[in-house]
Design a protein around this ligand. Structure first.
Ligand SMILES: O=C(O)COP(=O)(O)O
Length: 234
């Protein structure tokens, strides 16, 4: 009998792997200051983040009562990317227990990947600056494919690039896009409550929620994979 392929754990980035909020808010406020707009706060960020820099800037301008003309956006996105890139890694840090959890999963033979709506170049640059890039078999961003989360093809494309098997994949994230992309791709989901969701993560109906990465073990992932195989078999 051929052994089952190695499980793959796919992580969201902002608010799941990394606490990026201070740098996102800083670069966003630098960007909208060019329009003379008042800064946004961390609480605002939970409503703004999730669909990449472009949408975040659009939403921030709308929040400040300044809807943008489409032609104004590219220069603002450029301003954001320049500021954010120059400051990396800034205040950004992995969440507590993440590195130990990834070491545990790697020692158990797991593959790891990142599926983020952040631009691929920013995700790669940030993970590189934090010395985390080599943990991952694939890192895909909101601009890697013609579609992005919650479209299931963002997740299935990531699994393919990571050399994984969709039937042996689990997705972990902090917001609606992550739980929805998992559901749309037929993959079990793990939610974390410490990120940027504007609603309680339990209301997103993940398969399970963990409150600390110490809970992310190979036993937990295998249990989820068995559970989803059982669901398929029913
Ligand atoms: O940068 C964003 O808007 C979202 O990024 P995420 O998919 O890693 O949460």
């Amino acid at each position: 009998m051929t052994p089952a392929p190695a499980p793959l754990v796919v992580f969201d980035l902002d608010g799941t792997l990394l606490d990026t909020h201070a740098d996102l808010v800083e670069s966003l406020n630098h960007t909208i200051a060019a329009l003379g707009l008042e800064p946004v706060s961390y609480d605002d960020l939970t409503h703004l983040v999730g669909q990449g820099a472009r949408v975040m800037i659009e939403r921030a301008c709308r929040l400040r009562g300044h809807p943008l003309e489409a032609e104004a956006l590219p220069a603002l996105v450029e301003r954001f990317v320049a500021h954010y890139s120059a400051g990396m890694p800034g205040h950004t840090q992995p969440y507590p227990g993440l590195v130990a959890a990834m070491d545990r999963l790697k020692s158990a033979g797991y593959r790891l990947a990142v599926c983020t709506n952040k631009m691929e170049s920013l995700a790669l640059g940030l993970l590189d600056k934090l010395d985390l890039v080599n943990y991952f078999d694939a890192i895909t961003g909101g601009d890697t494919f013609p579609v992005r989360k919650p479209d299931p093809r963002h997740l299935t494309g990531t699994v393919e690039r990571a050399g994984g098997d969709i039937a042996r994949t689990v997705m972990i994230g902090d917001s609606i896009n992550d739980i929805a992309v998992a559901r749309n791709a037929g993959v079990p989901s793990i939610a974390v409550p410490f990120g940027y969701s504007d609603v309680p993560v339990s209301s997103l109906d993940p398969d399970i929620t963990i409150t600390h990465f110490d809970e992310l073990t190979s036993e937990l992932v295998e249990g989820l994979l068995k559970g989803s195989a059982a669901k398929v078999a029913v």
